[in-house]
Structures are given as C-alpha cells and as structure tokens.
Write a protein that binds this ligand. Structure first.
Ligand SMILES: *Cc1c(COP(=O)(O)O)cnc(C)c1O
Length: 395
C-alpha cells in the first residue's frame, strides 16, 4: 500500500454538503421512506419545451462535435447583446463572454484566474458552500465576514473595509443569495463597489438567481454602476436556476477582456467547451427572450406561493423565526433559540421525522437551517407539520 495516495489539495477539500443532504434524502426515499426533502438546490420544474426542442434539433443536425472552448459564437454574441443592454458590458463584445460547463465552474475559473497563494478573498457568510473551497483550491485564503438575520444577512461596506489587508484581492457577492434568498439594495451594492474601486480590488458577482425575484423587487448588477465597475466586476450567471436547466451544465462569465481571455484559456486546458448541443438550447432561450421570460414568470407564480406558505408556516413554529427573503428559492430560518446546534438539529430532524434540510454551519452560519421551496405544496405542508412536531419535542 502506498502511504500517500492523495495530494495536499485533495486532502483539504470537502465534498459539497448540500449535494450530500440531497443524496441522503434521495437514498432514504429509494429505500421506501416517506421523506420531505427541502435540501434540493434546483428548481423542480421541467426545462421549457422550446429550449428542449432547440437542443433536440441541434442533436438531429449533428451538432455533436467540439465547439470553441469559450462557447459557440452565436450564444456569446446573443449574451453580449443582452449584457450590453443590462449595462455591464460597455460594448456588446462577445470576447468578454465565456460559456462554461455550469455557473459553478464559471465561479471557480473566475477565482482561479485572479487569485493564488498570498491572496485573500472576502466571502460574506452565510455563503454558498463552494466559495471557500474554490478559494482554497486556488491556493488563496478565504476571509469570512458574518452577517446574521439582524442585518438581513447582508454585509456592509464598512464590515468589508475592516477585514481588508494588503493581501485582499477579491470580494465575492451573491445576490439574490444562496442560502438566504436575500437581495442587496442598490445603495448597499454601490458602497461595496465603490470600496472595491478605492482599494484596487476585484469583485466576483454571482448572479445565478438574478431572475428569481419576488415582491416586485429589483436585482442590481454591480458591474453596471460605472465604467470602472464594469472593469473590476466579474459577473457570473448561468441557465440552471433561471430556466430549470441544472443538468444541462451551462454557466456564463462576463469580465474585462484580459480576465475573460485568461478564463477561456484555463477552460480550454481543463474541460474544453460546455456541451455543444446544450448551448443550442440556451441560444434559443436568449434569442426568444420574451418566451423565455414568460416561462420563468410561470415558474415564479409557483415559487412565490410556496415561499409564502413556507415562510408563514416557519414563523408560526415556536422557537423558529424567518426573514421574508425576496429572491432565489430558499428560506434561512433561525433555530438558535431551540438550543441545539444546526448540525445536530438537521441530522436529528432527518432521522426522527424524515425531513431533509441543510444545516446552517455548512454555509458558515450556525443557528440557522436552509430550506429550499423548490418542492410541491404537499411536501411543504407535510414538512411544516413534522418540523413543528419536532421543535415541540426538543424544546
Ligand atoms: C446553483 C448555483 C450556482 C451554479 O449552478 P450551476 O448549475 O453550476 O450553473 C452558482 N452559484 C450559486 C450561489 C448557486 O446556488
């Protein structure tokens, strides 16, 4: 037996806890258990038909070969037009748009292209589980800043400023947020972007939930605030969450030409292009934007109903309090009053009541749990009543 099969890097990386919870819930279900799963990080709808049809046509037409590493030219061009309209591209320059196999990989390449050993990266908590691991994979150092529900789960520019050191290189923002669903106001974003400009920092803005908004709220793109912001902000998005296309693996990165080119080079040496025929489905979505947004609005009707149902149900449970989040498809209630760690709470809840939630500690915020409402009304109703019973039993 060899003594050291693994690299230092492999020894230090942890598997995604959200995927693990989902897998555990699915395994229990497969074993015949009646599980209420709130762990899923993906919409429960099917991909809109016109997108699937465009992909099927591409397959039928033999679009089954390698594509250019940074994406098929038509899709990069269509997205450059969109992002120019949205104000994060000064010109509709397709060279600043890179299509990757998933927004997750776009995030990773954004970090890898800009950060390395000796660099620090500011990550507001509660954070998406992958950010700190990606920063570590790049050899850089994550610097976590916590924002609890008392500040709407949003860090302030002043908090970030306090955490800056000469080694700080990048600030990660994620609005609407996974896991909290919270959304930054324009002024809050602006202050952070101004700070980044003043202190010569980069920003990675993960906008994967940009179209999943409720209560008539607006999503602001930090890259659109000024010419300097457009230069310093790397915008990441993708098709997974907006169009219920998680399995298609399609991410988007928009950055200044130098960073976009470096990201494309990294990608060309590591995965090559995102799946060619997938990109033709995405192209149909971007080129038929009105139909695409109609499909999204239809999903939003269901998400919004479930959001309010879950929100009201959670707040009716003694010991649980939940902010009214306005984006994505997650709620992040506080359970700290129940005097049990989030990890024990979620483990025991799954064991005793067969309700799957993700422990807040996975997102850098003990005292909370994450529930996804990308599930049916029936599951929400049943899950809430089990959760209520569980909280009564432990308090
Ligand atoms: C789901 C998610 C992503 C990326 O998803 P992909 O399926 O890889 O496109 C990126 N960031 C956050 C915060 C997410 O929740």
């Amino acid at each position: 037996m060899k003594s050291n099969y693994l690299s230092r890097l492999a020894n230090n990386v942890s598997p995604s806890p959200t995927l693990a919870v989902d897998a555990k819930a699915k395994a229990l279900k497969a074993a015949g258990e009646d599980v209420c799963g709130f762990g899923a990080g993906e919409p429960d709808f099917d991909t809109p038909d016109f997108i699937k049809d465009a992909c099927a046509s591409a397959l039928a037409e033999g679009k089954t070969k390698y594509a250019p590493a940074a994406g098929i030219p038509d899709l990069r061009k269509a997205l450059a037009d969109r992002y120019h309209q949205d104000g994060i591209l000064p010109e509709a320059n397709p060279a600043q748009v890179v299509i990757s196999p998933g927004g997750k990989y776009s995030c990773y390449l954004a970090i890898l292209a800009t950060c390395g050993p000796g660099d620090e990266v500011i990550i507001p908590a509660p954070f998406w589980v992958s950010y700190p691991e990606m920063v570590k994979l790049a050899g850089a150092q994550p610097k976590i800043i916590l924002a609890g529900d008392d500040q709407g789960f949003k860090v302030t520019a002043a908090q970030i400023e306090d955490a800056l050191t000469p080694a700080t290189k990048l600030i990660i923002l994620n609005s609407p947020s996974n896991p909290t669903g919270c959304l930054y106001e324009k002024s809050e974003m602006e202050e952070i972007v101004e700070l980044a400009c003043k202190r010569d920092l980069l920003v990675m803005s993960d906008e994967i939930y940009e179209y999943l908004l409720y209560d008539g709220t607006t999503h602001y793109r930090p890259g659109s605030f000024s010419a300097e912001a457009a230069d310093r902000v790397i915008t990441v998005s993708g098709f997974s969450k907006t169009f219920s296309m998680t399995g298609w693996r399609l991410g988007i990165l928009v950055a200044n030409p130098e960073i976009a080119k470096a990201v494309a080079s990294l990608q060309s040496q590591t995965t090559s292009n995102a799946t060619t025929f997938s990109q033709y489905g995405a192209l149909a979505a971007v080129q038929n934007w009105t139909s695409a947004m109609e499909a999204v609005n239809e999903m939003l009707i269901h998400f919004d109903r479930r959001r309010l149902m879950l929100l009201n149900g959670l707040n009716a449970i003694d010991g649980v309090s939940c902010l009214r989040s306005q984006g994505a498809f997650y709620l992040f209630p506080k359970i700290a009053d129940l005097a049990m760690s989030s990890e024990n709470f979620s483990n025991q809840l799954l064991e005793d009541k067969k309700v799957a939630v993700v422990s807040g500690h996975a997102f850098g915020a003990d005292g909370y749990i994450r529930l996804s409402y990308a599930t049916s009304d029936e599951i929400i109703e049943k899950g809430l009543s089990r959760l209520n019973a569980f909280c009564q039993e432990i308090s």
